[in-house]
Design a protein around this ligand. Structure first.
Ligand SMILES: [Zn+2]
Length: 161
């Protein structure tokens, strides 16, 4: 048995904030605003898993107003979501994600993002796709005001029937 889930996340960019994507800290003049470390890639992946489980979204499980999650490491939040999925008898088959950011160019960081996400999801890096795109100078991403991520994940039941 399989389940598919989709996740989307967008964060406003601001000076003086760290830029973290897929658990990788990226040198950048501007970083993502948010309550946790604002890792939009980890958040979109977690939302995709929760979507596949029909378990709402990240905000339901880790509310903004809860001080426990201030500056939280989002890979840790993702690990908690995986723990939930594992408890329900699901494992990850593959992940496909698109990160949209105008600058800096993310291609040099993609391999490390894949490795970190794969480790958290309990799969091999060749089951994790991260594609880096720009906004082509259009919309909030294109103007350098936001980072936006789309993710699709496939889960497989580990319970034998
Ligand atoms: Zn987010």
């Amino acid at each position: 048995m399989f389940r598919v889930g989709i996740g989307h996340d967008i964060h406003r960019l601001a000076e003086g904030r760290p830029l973290v994507l897929g658990g990788v800290q990226i040198e950048s003049e501007r970083g993502a605003e948010g309550h946790s470390d604002a890792d939009a890639l980890a958040h979109a992946v977690a939302d995709a898993i929760l979507g596949a489980l029909c378990e709402g979204d990240l905000g339901v499980h880790f509310p903004d107003r809860d001080p426990q999650w201030k500056d939280a490491d989002s890979l840790d939040l993702l690990a908690r979501v995986m723990w939930l999925a594992g408890g329900r008898g699901w494992k990850v088959v593959n992940l496909d994600a698109t990160v949209m950011l105008e600058r800096p160019r993310l291609r040099p960081f993609v391999q490390l993002m894949r490795e970190k996400l794969a480790q958290t999801l309990g799969v091999e890096p060749d089951c994790v796709s991260v594609k880096a795109k720009t906004g082509e100078g259009l919309d909030a991403v294109g103007r350098g005001e936001a980072v936006s991520v789309h993710a699709v994940i496939l889960l497989e039941s580990v319970i034998k029937t």
